[in-house]
Design a protein around this ligand. Structure first.
Ligand SMILES: Cc1cc2nc3c(=O)[nH]c(=O)nc-3n(C[C@H](O)[C@H](O)[C@H](O)COP(=O)(O)OP(=O)(O)OC[C@H]3O[C@@H](n4cnc5c(N)ncnc54)[C@H](O)[C@@H]3O)c2cc1C
Length: 450
């Protein structure tokens, strides 16, 4: 087959592929852009639990191909099977060879199943693709019990979907409390209580030891000595224990790869000329302390793709690092976190000071007012903000974004103590107090007493 020339070749049609493609083609309609995306459609991953639960139809979480094709870019539903950086070529599964001017690697990440004995047994599922969604949805119809391994946001959302479908749900994690990368123990305990109140069996501090079974998993054995027995062939396990970068295409290619993905500079350039990468497939650093940090979130992937595209368009831009603002729902409770938790900051070598703030979500005299709790974590030496956590009935993600902005601009507790906020009876506490300001003031008081 003849080699075809393309100005910008993008491997991957997830958030990075789509964002980069749109920016390139919309600013430069004269350049050719091809996106490789083997799956029939790109999925809004965050909404998968709601398809499994039956709130959404599977096609509602399919992104439209037009996001790519309406820009005039070419979309090929064919996987790349080989790269030759010296020749600037990518080979596709059907034998086509594409020669790129610039290559953008946006291959994402795939769910990780800990390689414990029995991990090859049937009825152990992970959550990422439309196919996974269908498989889990169908499995839930025949099952009575499910074990969800990993109580991060994805695991908790799966556990809740399974509970809504009427299954007996066991949620286990090696960490002592759920959402351990998002919140510390005080809030973790509240979240665990909420999970238990929802009728989900919760076991923390329980690393997975192995799976037992002949063909399908029959028993999940935990290293605390307990085990959960499953009906063989119908009950199942969902593993949501993290993801690893999808880099199978680049083994022995000369591309510099670290443990969490492709090494890129702050302009998203790899060590290979004319090759860029962004999103879940890259290894990057924290925006707080500049040291390597995991950050496999769509809300990191999209800004990285913007930086990448701007640089290709000749508008120099730099990516400042991960802050990892994230949110989820545990029954009616909304949970959010950004930056470092207290325990993580300590592991990174910080001496920390923390402050708590609590108000109600509306004026206390208004119907439906509920508790809003904020925890701020700061560097005890400088007062510089390191992270924040929030629990509440609503507007948690929005409040977390305020703290993320403070982190991005390296603000101090004193800056948050002076936050100029708004107040309205249905939406906030009285003008007299704001929970972020209260938390900052409390931490400042402790700091001054140190
Ligand atoms: C269940 C779930 C829930 C999530 N919820 C949230 C959330 O609430 N908030 C949030 O911020 N993030 C969330 N995430 C994470 C988020 O989805 C990812 O961070 C984001 O999708 C990363 O985008 P990406 O473009 O880097 O990679 P991906 O979206 O993984 O896209 C990778 C693309 O590369 C393609 N590809 C891979 N190999 C090849 C090859 N050889 N040839 C051609 N194409 C290839 C894939 O087919 C795919 O199209 C969630 C993820 C999951 C799985």
């Amino acid at each position: 087959m003849e080699t075809r020339k393309i100005d910008y070749l993008i491997i991957g049609g997830g958030p990075v592929g789509i964002q980069a493609c749109r920016m390139l083609r919309m600013s430069r309609p004269d350049v050719s852009v091809t996106v490789l995306r083997p799956e029939p459609f790109s999925v809004i991953y965050c909404a998968i639990p709601y398809v499994i639960e039956g709130i959404l139809d599977p096609m509602q979480i399919a992104k439209k191909d037009e996001l790519i094709t309406e820009t005039g870019a070419e979309l090929l539903q064919i996987p790349a099977t080989g790269v030759d950086f010296a020749a600037h070529t990518v080979t596709l599964e059907d034998g086509q060879c594409l020669q790129y001017g610039r290559l953008i690697i946006a291959t994402g990440a795939v769910p990780f199943v800990p390689p414990v004995p029995g991990s090859e047994l049937k009825n152990i599922f992970t959550v990422k693709t439309a196919k996974d969604t269908e498989v889990i949805k169908n499995a839930a119809k025949a099952a009575a019990k499910v074990v969800v391994i990993g109580a991060g946001a994805i695991g908790i959302e799966q556990a809740q979907a399974m509970k809504a479908l009427g299954l007996d749900v066991h949620l286990v994690d090696m960490a002592p409390h759920p959402l351990s990368t998002m919140v510390d123990g005080e809030f973790g305990k509240i979240i665990a209580d909420q999970i238990v109140a929802a009728g989900i069996h919760w076991q923390g501090s329980s690393p997975l030891q192995n799976f037992k079974g002949i063909h399908a998993v029959e028993e999940v054995v935990l290293s605390n000595g307990s085990s959960i027995v499953l009906h063989p062939g119908s009950d199942f396990v969902i593993v949501s224990a993290g993801v690893k970068p999808e880099l199978s295409l680049f083994r022995d290619s000369g591309l510099e790869i670290a443990n969490d993905g492709i090494v890129v500079n702050d302009r998203m350039q790899t060590n290979i000329a004319d090759v860029y990468a962004a999103g879940d497939c890259v290894h990057f650093v924290s925006g707080i302390d500049g040291r390597p940090l995991g950050g496999k979130l769509a809300t990191n992937a999209v800004p990285m793709a913007k930086v990448l595209a701007k640089n290709l368009l000749g508008k120099p831009a730099t990516y400042k690092g991960f802050f990892n603002g994230a949110a989820t729902c545990v029954s009616e409770l909304r949970v959010g976190g950004t930056g470092f938790t207290e325990s993580f900051a300590q592991r990174r070598g910080f001496e920390v000071v923390c402050g708590f703030g609590q108000t109600t979500s509306k004026f206390p005299i208004m119907p439906g007012a509920k508790k809003v709790q904020v925890k701020l974590v700061a560097d005890a030496k400088t007062g510089k903000l390191l992270g924040g956590q929030i629990l509440g009935p609503d507007a948690v993600a929005e409040r977390i974004d305020v703290i993320s902005l403070a982190l991005q601009h390296q603000l101090h507790l004193s800056d948050l103590a002076e936050l100029s906020y708004s107040a309205q009876p249905w939406q906030t506490f009285y003008p007299a107090a704001n929970p972020i300001v209260m938390a900052a003031e409390e931490a400042l008081k402790k700091l001054r007493a140190l």
